[in-house]
Design a protein. Structure first.
Lengths: 260, 330, 302
């Protein structure tokens, strides 16, 4: 069970000197920043700045060429995605990544932490050994669905949902995994204004829960409303850090956005 | 009914049992975990050869068949050994093949492995007696008459089918089964939620290999002989057809598909009047099966009895607490 | 030493035939992303057509060769536009397509058996006599085959390199999406690719039949893996890679035959396995493509 015990202000994630080269592209050329525990930090910047790559590196989807990523003091650079997830680092994807031929409720259960029956030996012991644990998780899932207004879709195949609904299911799925750090990859990408409001509600709720979050995003208005602090990247490295207000008045930042 | 017809019926029943076990094995790999294995027949062959080698006794110098190793073990040890060999083979091939890569490459890599082994075994008679294969495998029980033996063997086969059914059901219904299905749908997303797809896929692959080998063991002890032409690469395709037609990912669908393919196509074509020549029959079987696959992949890719949607029961009203939701409502 | 030189000679010869087949296959695979297992069955079918034309109809062998090539074009295009194309447009993932291709392979093979029976046939172009070039002695037949193979390769090279259409074909085979984004009418090019590769398929099938003493409805199995191995070594859609791959496979199999006579194909199989698993982009690529393709493939459903 994750704890909201980290005092806000302590550092949860620390990125130092991160360099990622692949396929001949220097996507990240030396990024340095920290993510404070219990806060929502936004990672912004023009296209090609390397934001998604940084997120991927933290999540283990990309192996850094050099540099360090420390999570609660442990070096996690180069871990495989499932190993990062096991440590409580849960991510969402820019392109909707649901499990199409599983129902919405099943989608939520895939991520659930501490499920009995999730290994081959436990499965072979039969239904009685994992039934109660599953029902608990089903309840939890249903409550989440209820909270975000998607209870009616419980038994639909995830592949049949609209894009926006899928986006929300993915966020709920991440919540079911009891994340210690939540990595959001452009949650507002391609989302229409009505839906954007609901996604923002979701994220606002997450923020109130005190889950450490790092959000890559282009939609700056939402970023302003949701984030506690902002990191601006451009051409592979960090340009500036601080509050949104500071960023607005920082001439380098403005130039980077306008020049992009 | 004459004894010959009864025996024929029992033979079909035994074959059906063997094929159902094999198809469930293939479906665990393909329908549940999404691993396409075009070399599947190799695992059945491995099981069959293991039983042969462990029942024929040591190879005789100058004997009528040559093989590299042999001994005689009491039943059911050869069958258990067969499962171990099938599992080991699956483990070794799985390590190399089941990485993150296109599924058609995975499938074809396994196809190549099965053809390679086929070539080596056929061309090197000292290993497993080459193209002639091994024969003279002793029956399980010596003292029974033909029909009685048929009944007993069919009984053993279907007892095994029942056991395998329990195993397959437990895996499919479990959270582990759900995780495998998720990995089938979207490998990256499953990994991002903490599921070690590579390791768990390997496990289900090994289980599939063990069950396939078991089917080979049961089959070979019934047939008393086993040669390369029983396990040409196209045989995998017959099993694939059965699960595609019946319904991948569905335990009963697979049984239905196996029944249909075995009786209607394989046996049924032999009865068609006018097509007496054995070559012609075989050709028609292959053509029918292939056309069936294409038709089903186009019109009903999920099969006749597709994988059912998993609904959860309505639980008790909200007594379960949920840390996540509680925090939301603070 | 002499055996090695001899083996190289054989290797070159095998490579010449294999080159045509491999190039055709890789064009298809590269342009349409279809792993067409039935390709080798079309090769066999065209060999049978050439046989029927020369033995039964009494057509001039060289004409029969050309007609067989066109038959290959027709068959291949029919398979793509009648079957693969519709499946791909429906969103079928690579493993549905490869299952369809395996079905087609079996259908073609067994239709051939029904039509021609299970016996062995041989193609006779009326060539005999030997020719000596340096230390290598070849039969007239072998020289002719090599010349046909080499001239086809040369013509192909000229077409792909120096004509506008040829360049579009090469671009589409290398990266169809990119070609489309650059304004190439990929639908028309696709048609041309399947016609052209079908022709190469047919010609190479006839050459193969000429080379082996006898062939039957089942011969597809003999060159199935050699063709894929050569194409895979060269990289998907890379024509010159396929030529290089054919050379490698030709030499590798013949050199292996010196040591392990019955198992010379095993070398080719082993190479193909290594490529499929370690370097799916071909010998000259990096391993990167694996991950990306896997992500895409993972997202595609049935």
């Amino acid at each position: 069970m994750s704890q909201v015990s980290e005092a806000t202000g302590t550092i949860c994630l620390e990125i130092r000197g991160l360099i990622c080269n692949f396929g001949g592209v220097r996507a990240v050329t030396g990024a340095d920043f920290s993510v404070a525990c219990g806060q929502l930090t936004a990672l912004v910047g023009p296209n090609g700045a390397g934001k998604s790559t940084v997120l991927n590196a933290i999540a283990g989807a990309v192996k850094p060429t050099a540099g360090s990523i420390r999570y609660r003091g442990e070096e996690i650079a180069g871990l495989a995605p499932h190993e990062a997830a096991r440590r409580g680092i849960i991510r969402t994807f820019q392109v909707s990544s649901q499990f199409s031929r599983l129902t919405v409720l099943e989608n939520l259960l895939v991520g659930a932490k501490g499920q009995r029956g999730a290994s081959v030996l436990q499965a072979l012991r039969g239904k009685r050994s994992w039934r109660d644990s599953e029902m608990e998780l089903v309840e939890r899932g249903r409550q989440l669905l209820e909270r975000f207004g998607l209870r009616a879709t419980e038994n639909q195949y995830a592949g049949e949902l609209s894009g926006g609904q899928r986006r929300m299911v993915e966020i709920m799925r991440a919540l079911m995994a009891d994340p210690d750090v939540l990595l959001l990859d452009e949650p507002f990408a391609g989302v229409n204004p009505t839906l954007a409001r609901r996604v923002e509600e979701q994220l606002s709720a997450i923020r109130e829960m005190g889950i450490t979050t790092l959000m890559v995003e282009h939609e700056l208005a939402a970023v302003e409303r949701l984030s506690d602090s902002v990191v601006v990247m451009t051409v592979g490295s960090v340009l500036a850090r601080g509050s949104m207000a500071n960023m607005r008045s920082n001439p380098d930042v403005v130039a980077a956005y306008l020049g992009a | 009914m004459s004894g010959a017809w009864v025996f024929y019926g029992l033979t079909l029943l035994t074959f059906l049992g063997v094929n159902v076990i094999a198809c469930w094995a293939l479906d665990l790999q393909f329908g549940t975990a999404g691993l396409l294995n075009f070399g599947f027949i190799l695992f059945q062959a491995a099981g069959a050869y293991t039983v042969a080698l462990l029942s024929l006794g040591a190879p005789q110098a100058g004997g009528y068949q040559a093989y590299f190793f042999g001994t005689t073990l009491p039943w059911p040890l050869p069958w258990i050994a067969a499962m171990a060999v099938g599992g080991a083979l699956a483990f070794v091939t799985g390590i190399f093949v089941m990485g993150p890569r296109r599924r058609d490459y995975q499938a074809i890599a396994m196809l190549i492995v099965s053809i390679m082994v086929y070539t080596v075994v056929s061309n090197e008679p000292r290993l497993l007696n080459g193209t002639s294969g091994l024969s003279g495998i002793p029956q399980l029980f010596q003292k029974l008459g033909l029909v009685s033996y048929g009944w007993v063997y069919a009984g053993i086969t279907w007892a095994l089918v029942a056991l395998v059914y329990v195993l397959v059901r437990r895996i499919r219904e479990s959270p582990w089964g759900r995780l495998l299905r998720a990995a089938r749908e979207n490998r990256t997303a499953a990994e991002s939620l903490g599921f070690n797809v590579r390791k768990e896929s390997l496990i289900i692959y090994v289980i599939g290999g063990m069950l396939a080998a078991l089917s080979g063991a049961v089959l070979v002890q019934f047939l008393s002989a086993w040669a390369p032409n029983s396990w040409q690469y196209a045989e995998t395709f017959v099993y694939l057809t059965a699960i595609v037609v019946g319904g991948t990912g569905s335990t009963l669908g697979v049984v239905l598909g196996t029944l249909l393919i075995q009786t209607v196509v394989v046996e049924g074509v032999t009865f068609y009047p006018g097509f007496a020549a054995p070559d012609l029959v075989a050709s028609l079987q292959w053509i029918t099966i292939s056309v069936l696959v294409i038709v089903f992949l186009w019109w009903r890719p999920r099969g006749i009895l597709p994988e059912r949607k998993h609904r959860f029961e309505e639980g008790k009203p909200q007594t379960a607490s949920s840390a996540v939701v509680d925090r939301l409502d603070k | 030493m002499n055996t090695i030189v001899e083996a190289c000679g054989f290797g070159l010869f095998d490579a010449a035939i294999l080159a045509l087949a491999a190039v055709g296959f890789t064009l298809q695979f590269g342009a349409s992303n279809v792993f067409n297992l039935a390709y080798v069955a079309v090769m066999t079918a065209c060999a049978f057509i050439a046989y029927w034309l020369t033995a039964t109809v009494g057509l001039d062998p060289w004409l029969a060769l050309i007609v067989a090539g066109f038959a290959g074009s027709v068959l291949s295009s029919a398979m793509y536009f009648g079957l693969y194309g519709p499946f791909v447009r429906r969103g079928a993932g690579p493993f549905v397509v490869v299952m369809v291709s395996l079905s087609l392979l079996l259908i073609l093979t067994y239709v051939l058996e029904i039509l021609f029976g299970a016996g062995y046939f041989s193609l006779n172009f009326g060539l005999s006599g030997r020719v000596a070039i340096g230390a290598l002695v070849w039969s007239q037949l072998e020289v002719v085959i090599m010349c046909v193979g080499a001239s086809c390769v040369l013509l192909l090279h000229l077409f792909l390199r120096y004509t506008r259409v040829g360049k579009m074909v090469r671009a589409t085979a290398g990266d169809a999406d990119l070609a489309r984004n650059c304004g190439v009418d990929t639908r028309k090019v696709m048609m041309l690719v399947w016609l052209l590769s079908g022709f190469l398929c047919g010609i190479s099938g006839v050459l193969y039949a000429l080379d082996t003493t006898v062939f039957s409805f089942d011969s597809s199995g003999d060159f199935l893996l050699l063709v894929f191995a050569a194409a895979a070594l060269g990289g998907v859609g890379e024509v010159y890679g396929a030529l290089l791959g054919a050379l490698c496979i030709g030499l590798a199999t013949e050199l292996t035959a010196i040591v392990l006579p019955g198992l010379k194909e095993v070398a080719a199989f082993g190479l193909l396995l290594v490529v499929l698993l370690v370097r799916p982009g071909g010998l000259l690529s990096t391993g990167r493509a694996v991950e990306e393709e896997a992500q895409e493939a993972g997202a595609a459903t049935w």
